[in-house]
Design a protein around this ligand. Structure first.
Ligand code: PLP
Ligand code: COI
Length: 363
């Protein structure tokens, strides 16, 4: 279908696609973020002209000028979402319109043009369709990474007048190696992730660049992820490097940090709040201090804690490590509430559990 127009996109099939048997071998153990499909979507933006040059084509490197604005001032945003192969062979996506909306909000914060939600959704669907053979079956999924970057060659500090929107796809298995049942967290003492008025609620590359040194420290401490405290008081639990966090109390109530502009408004977080409330849990979005976390874990008031996000899905938190020592939550291996919420969420995503809120979109 070379040069064919599919809706507003020009489609050019790759002449170098990975052979079916090689792809099947790769999909047996995709890991996370290291394999990529054959194609990519690109759309260009130019001030005065708007969005143009909609293309589905072979996945290939960009040619960019050394003065390209993103390389200097990090004007870049991204999203993370997944496509699933259902038992009947159809392909589903989970609340993709929420990713489109958050992408527009991130764009606004980074002074970038907002891509219309319908165009964002169409772009993602185009890539999923052309690379559908790359969707792993079983527990795996196709992780989709839409992103937008400033592409103008100009060194003045102001919003770029040119941008490239792109979607790539990566077959994915478990985010944590070996599909760990419970992860260990390192509490960052020196580094914070975001302050009031900053970019914490936007999904921009700069937030992750700033988190890497803390994540490196976590790895050096033998931990899977870093957990950040607030920047003002260094007291309140905010979120992990790439996940939101929940606490399950002995009375069945659930606490998660509120959206005050410094943490990412996770789509998994929002879904978990809805599912937990429907199951009768009292869910409170309120500040929770690290000192309280330690005390509640010691007294048994805190029964479970878990991290959640598109990549990590729902993962129990077993042990928390800080400069003042370790503490363990429950038996260190998760718990029934975490397991039941994870089961319900993944069941809806994979079409095996009823979807009363209409979260699943068939591509
Ligand atoms: N917090 C951060 C910093 C993240 O990178 C992510 C992942 O996207 C999340 C939370 C969870 O967000 P979502 O559930 O929308 O994937
Ligand atoms: C996601 O879950 O989509 C993220 O962006 C988080 C990152 C750890 C991969």
């Amino acid at each position: 279908m070379d040069g064919q127009h599919s809706s507003r996109f020009t489609v050019t099939r790759s002449s170098k696609t990975v052979a079916a048997n090689e792809r099947a071998t790769l999909l047996e153990d995709p890991g996370f973020g290291r394999l990529f499909t054959d194609h990519m979507v690109t759309i260009r933006y130019t001030e005065g002209e708007g969005w143009h040059s909609h293309s589905v084509g072979p996945r290939e490197p960009f040619q960019i000028d050394p003065a390209c604005a993103v390389l200097h001032y990090a004007q870049e945003i991204f999203e993370g979402m997944k496509a699933y192969r259902l038992a009947d062979g159809s392909i589903a996506m989970f609340r993709p319109e929420e990713n489109a909306r958050r992408f527009a909000q991130s764009a606004e914060r980074l002074a970038m043009p907002e891509i219309p939600e319908d165009l964002f959704l169409e772009a993602v669907a185009e890539l999923v369709k052309i690379d559908a053979d790359w969707i792993p079956t079983g527990e795996g999924s196709l992780y989709l990474r839409p992103f937008l970057f400033a592409s103008e060659a100009f060194l003045g500090v102001r919003p770029s007048k040119e941008y490239i929107f792109c979607v790539i796809a990566s077959p994915a298995g478990a985010y944590f190696k070996g599909g760990k049942k419970a992860v260990t967290l390192w509490v960052s003492e020196h580094y914070t992730r975001a302050a009031r008025g900053g970019t914490g609620a936007a999904k921009c590359g700069g937030n992750y660049a700033a988190s890497l040194v803390a994540q490196k420290e976590a790895t050096e401490q033998g931990c899977d992820q870093v957990v950040f405290l607030d920047a003002a008081e260094n007291k309140w639990v905010e979120e992990l490097g790439g996940m939101n966090v929940f606490f399950v109390m002995e009375d069945g109530s659930i606490v998660t940090p509120p959206l005050t502009g410094t943490i990412l408004p996770g789509i998994t977080r929002n879904s978990i709040i809805t599912l937990a409330r429907a199951k009768g849990h009292d869910v409170r979005e309120e500040p929770y201090s690290f000192a309280q976390w330690r005390a509640d874990a010691a007294s048994g008031t805190l029964r479970e804690a878990f991290a959640c996000g598109t990549a990590a899905v729902v993962t129990a938190i077993g042990t928390v490590r800080s400069k003042d020592g370790d503490f363990t939550i429950g038996n260190g291996d998760g718990g029934l509430v975490t397991e039941s919420l994870r089961g319900e969420l993944t069941g809806i995503q994979r079409g095996t559990v009823a979807d009363p809120a209409g979260w699943v979109h068939i591509v």
